[in-house]
Design a protein around this ligand. Structure first.
Ligand SMILES: *Cc1c(COP(=O)(O)O)cnc(C)c1O
Length: 368
């Protein structure tokens, strides 16, 4: 009988160090590294991972929303934190916790200046984001004169960085588009920088950008998925280590006779005598219903077992007819070998989505 009897997400902080060192090895000596720890550090644990990265002397953190930054501050993280998707409703909170907003439109810029006046702030660090082709968040590249004029009119804020985000840094077939984004960013960032009498940090690349466009690292790069062990490319993945293992155990084994059904709506009907294992993990834990009905799989004693029937909220059932196993045996959903990207691909998804789906209900354990 194995030692644990519940579902856990094991997080290997040594693997974080390994990935951090690999990414750092791709940078010039003076290039800063910002670690993206949004969405619970891609479904792992933002506090523990950020504190570990802080021990490795990471230069900056980024989260998507202000509340994620507040949680890091409450956990004792002192490194600068960029809030990528800042929202005026949280500006007061953001200032209270020394979080630095991405400013992506005139509306957001003016709202932030108003609140910094109320809160009596001087030189509060902000990050000016330009849209260079993703068309998601960001000032138009033609806005730089208006931004500069607004910045000149106030001492409340100071531009800590100017940045943009690549749309297709992992796609070789979009190289031309990416090179255009790099040029557009270079042009607008330098134009704005020349209007300031100080030197903000310029940054553009995410993980795939770091690896595929070394000429576009500027002063800092932003890595998320790479730190968690994935590089959007099987060659690069060989150099990285997935940091998390999602594992569970067999709660019960059933023997179905030919013709028996299993699970909700009788989605599985045994066409022969079938041995099934019930596992304590379901769609509320991040196993999307799309994995049901033999799309997704787990590993038991190093053998692949397909998920059969519909995924339930708290459980899945897998076919173990040809697997020598018993109740209590360990089950791997994904780990460094059976990686999350392969499982995600079985339902046309990506590592990012599966990792960030692992619910907060699942206990996290850490090892160094
Ligand atoms: C999420 C995010 C990143 C991190 O991207 P990875 O592909 O995970 O390295 C970087 N920059 C921005 C603006 C993001 O939203």
């Amino acid at each position: 009988m194995s030692k644990f009897r519940e579902t856990v997400l094991d997080i290997d902080l040594k693997a974080v160090t390994h990935n951090f060192n690999f990414i750092t090895s791709k940078l010039q000596e003076n290039t800063k590294l910002l670690a993206v720890v949004k969405a619970f550090a891609y479904g792992s644990d933002a506090q523990e991972v950020a504190k570990h990265l802080e021990r490795l002397n990471v230069d900056y953190f980024a989260v998507a929303y202000a509340h994620e930054g507040v949680a890091l501050r409450k956990a004792g993280v002192t490194t600068s934190i960029l809030v990528l998707h800042s929202q005026p409703i949280n500006f007061k909170l953001l200032i209270e916790y020394c979080l630095e907003p991405s400013i992506y439109s005139m509306r957001v810029l003016n709202e932030f200046i108003t609140i910094t006046t109320k809160e009596k702030q001087k030189n509060y660090p902000v990050h000016i984001k330009f849209n260079t082709g993703l068309n998601r968040l960001g000032f138009n590249v033609n806005d730089s004169n208006e931004i500069a004029a607004t910045l000149e009119s106030t001492e409340n804020i100071k531009v800590a960085s100017i940045f943009s985000h690549l749309a297709a840094s992992e796609a070789k077939e979009e190289k031309l588009f990416t090179l255009q984004q790099i040029e557009a960013f270079k042009k607008v960032a330098i134009a704005l920088k020349n209007k300031l009498n100080y030197n903000p940090i310029l940054h553009l690349c995410n993980t795939s950008g770091i690896l595929n466009y070394p000429e576009a690292h500027f002063d800092m790069v932003r890595s998320g998925i790479g730190l968690y062990g994935f590089g959007n490319n099987s060659e690069i993945d060989k150099n990285l280590k997935p940091i998390s293992t999602l594992k569970t155990c067999i709660s019960q084994i059933h023997s179905l006779k030919k013709g028996d059904s299993l699970g909700y709506n009788r989605a599985f009907i045994a066409n022969k005598d079938t041995k099934t294992a019930t596992l304590p993990i379901g769609h509320a834990d991040g196993i999307n219903r799309a994995f049901g009905n033999k799309k997704g799989f787990v590993f038991i004693n190093n053998k692949k077992a397909y998920i059969i029937g519909n995924v339930c909220m708290d459980m899945i059932m897998v076919d173990v007819t040809d697997i020598n196993c018993q109740e209590g045996d360990e089950v791997i959903i994904f780990d460094a070998n059976y990686n999350a990207n392969t499982l995600a691909e079985s339902v046309n998804s990506i590592s990012y989505e599966l990792l960030t789906s692992v619910s907060q209900r699942i206990k996290r354990t850490f090892y160094l």
